[in-house]
Design a protein around this ligand. Structure first.
Ligand SMILES: [Zn+2]
Length: 584
């Protein structure tokens, strides 16, 4: 996108006043003041997407009561497209724009306001003047009723927590703001002050959390050799059931289940999320595909490299938690096995490459439908497996001298720090090859741009491991459907897997399964109990209000369930690779 700085950008002063007079009804009221204008027309835009979440979300849909005035006199501010307002400013040097934003979507990438707090995902809150993305902006926040805290990585002005300065709009749009009564605590790690801001309560142990997150952030800084922040903020939204996260330059927003901290599995998964989003402060926020920054906030930004930006981050979330030594190696294998089994049980693995999955994130990954598992894969999932394969390839071929860490550090230093730009696909490939000591054309043709089945045992074999399919000797029949059971105990089909009995014999998504061989169906898990591959059954479904009997020939289940096990008598080289890979 253009980086031209207009004369106006150097003279205009932008201030926002954000207040919440009707927080209980989910509104933020925004007043934007611009002074020093020297142009005939001004265009104000609302971003259509939020970086890190690759979907056009049309944030302008939440704006209402938009008005503009100059010197207390109303001036016209017509919309000229879905997210742009145009104001004639000839002879006008200062204007005020007012609008309200409705915020009632709970997620890490959308704003949410109620009487208990305001979470401002800034791309959906602040409009920006075209050609002034480089301008600084001051934000004054007036909290609702008894709210007493603002948590954000934006710096305070004059030590006033309610006044924050953003050096430019790229930083503003990468700095979410939490306002309310959150529980804030922190620690210092390698010159960085970390704040943890907990909304919603929870059974977390502050001291344990500080100590363990400290270990995670130290391990991650060690990969890249430096931590570019001075101040970093974890905004955590604790709810009855919540998850997910979104990375930002100097902060992150995490969703957590408020009662999940006290059990081992929930806690490990929370630390994994912390590790994932924090790792992004390097991988994707700074070391990034060339199109992902400066961002075009007006449209899709396409890249084939999300398998590096997201997939490697997913790989590292597991390996970093392993490096903290807080959990046994088997816990890490559980994470890896789950990655393998997700991919291997997806029919989409035979149709969509990981590069295509990345490019089409905007229309496929973020817009799944009932057929997605048949046609798509996740660049998180396959990207994490590729991260493991390349890591093991490098450790093995360099005889333990290098690992994927060296590639990440080299790419960060070379492209973010030295060249101050993103990387191309070919440049990252060259980075891998530099440390693997060999060309990876064949690897790319097979696994990045191709659909070759993954050779788990080749790569795990470098570390003296292999996978064993626990279902290999089974002869179970399968229908090949997923279902939900409604409150009225109806069994409704939600997915039909390509190539299975249900797919071939015509069971459809949304069918209600009412009987098998004339016996009423009451338990989704027991639909074909006692049946074998080759058996012919009659499945009665209700489709669009009509009963249909479908003759179905049951096929053998094609599911796999891989476990990682050690090979017999691993060699010294295998043990050395294992030690380096798993930080033993
Ligand atoms: Zn991520």
């Amino acid at each position: 996108m253009t980086t031209t700085i207009s004369k106006a950008a150097n003279t205009a002063q932008i201030t926002y006043n954000v207040s919440f007079p009707e927080a209980q009804a989910h509104y933020a009221d925004i007043e934007m003041h611009i002074t020093g204008l020297q142009q005939n027309t001004l265009e104000l835009k609302m971003p259509v997407w939020t970086p890190g979440s690759y979907l056009v979300r049309e944030f302008a849909k939440n704006i209402e009561s938009f008005s503009a005035e100059a010197g207390s006199k109303a001036i016209a501010s017509p919309k000229i497209n879905k997210n742009t307002w145009q104001i004639v400013t000839k002879g006008i040097s200062a204007i005020t724009v007012k609008y309200r934003v409705y915020a009632f979507e709970i997620s890490v990438r959308t704003s949410f306001i109620d009487a208990s707090h305001a979470f401002l995902s800034t791309t959906g809150i602040f409009i920006y003047p075209t050609n002034m993305l480089h301008s600084p902006a001051t934000i004054h926040i007036k909290p609702y009723k008894n709210w007493d805290k603002v948590s954000t990585s934006l710096e305070m002005v004059n030590n006033d927590p309610f006044t924050r300065l953003s050096p430019n709009f790229d930083i503003l749009f990468d700095s979410p703001i939490e306002v309310g009564n959150q529980d804030v605590f922190g620690f210092d790690a390698s010159g960085v002050h970390y704040e943890i801001c907990m909304y919603g309560g929870g059974n977390y142990d502050k001291e344990k959390l500080k100590a363990d997150i400290h270990k995670v952030v130290d391990q991650e800084a060690a990969v890249f050799g430096e931590n570019p922040n001075k101040h970093y903020v974890f905004i955590v939204h604790n709810r009855q059931r919540n998850g997910g996260g979104l990375e930002h330059l100097s902060s992150t927003v995490l969703g957590a289940s408020r009662d999940s901290y006290a059990n081992d599995k929930g806690y490990q998964s929370f630390l994994g999320l912390v590790a994932h989003e924090h790792f992004h402060l390097w991988n994707v926020k700074r070391l990034r595909p060339i199109v992902l920054g400066p961002f075009d906030y007006d449209t899709e930004n396409y890249t084939t490299n999300l398998w590096i930006a997201e997939g490697f981050t997913e790989y590292y979330q597991g390996i970093i938690v392993r490096r903290t030594q807080l959990f046994p190696v088997q816990n890490y294998f559980d994470v890896l096995e789950s990655e393998f089994n997700i991919l291997e049980n997806l029919p989409g693995k035979d149709l969509q490459t990981v590069a295509e999955s990345s490019f089409d994130a905007w229309i496929k990954a973020y817009r799944p439908n009932e057929n997605s598992n048949n046609t798509t894969i996740s660049y998180y999932n396959k990207g994490a497996i590729i991260g493991m394969m390349i890591d093991l390839e490098i450790i093995n071929s360099s005889k333990g001298k290098f690992s994927l860490d060296d590639v990440m550090k080299y790419m960060y230093t070379q492209y973010y720090k030295t060249l101050k730009r993103g990387y191309t696909d070919a440049e990252f490939k060259a980075g891998f090859e530099k440390f693997a000591g060999k060309k990876l054309d064949d690897f790319y043709a097979k696994y990045i741009n191709g659909l070759t089945p993954i050779d788990y045992n080749k790569y795990l074999g470098y570390a003296g491991y292999k996978v064993v399919d626990e279902l290999a000797d089974k002869n179970d029949a399968a229908l090949g459907i997923t279902t939900v059971t409604t409150a009225a105990k109806k069994i409704i089909v939600t997915g039909v897997q390509r190539g299975t009995s249900a797919y071939i014999d015509g069971i459809n998504v949304n069918d209600e399964i009412t009987a098998i061989d004339g016996t009423p169906a009451t338990d989704a898990a027991a639909l074909i109990n006692g049946k074998n591959p080759g058996d012919k059954i009659q499945v009665t479904v209700t489709r669009d209000g009509q009963a249909i009997i479908l003759p179905v020939t049951l096929l053998k289940s094609n599911r796999v369930k891989y476990n990682i096990v050690t090979v017999d008598s691993p060699t010294e080289q295998q043990l050395a690779v294992r030690k380096k890979w798993l930080s033993l």
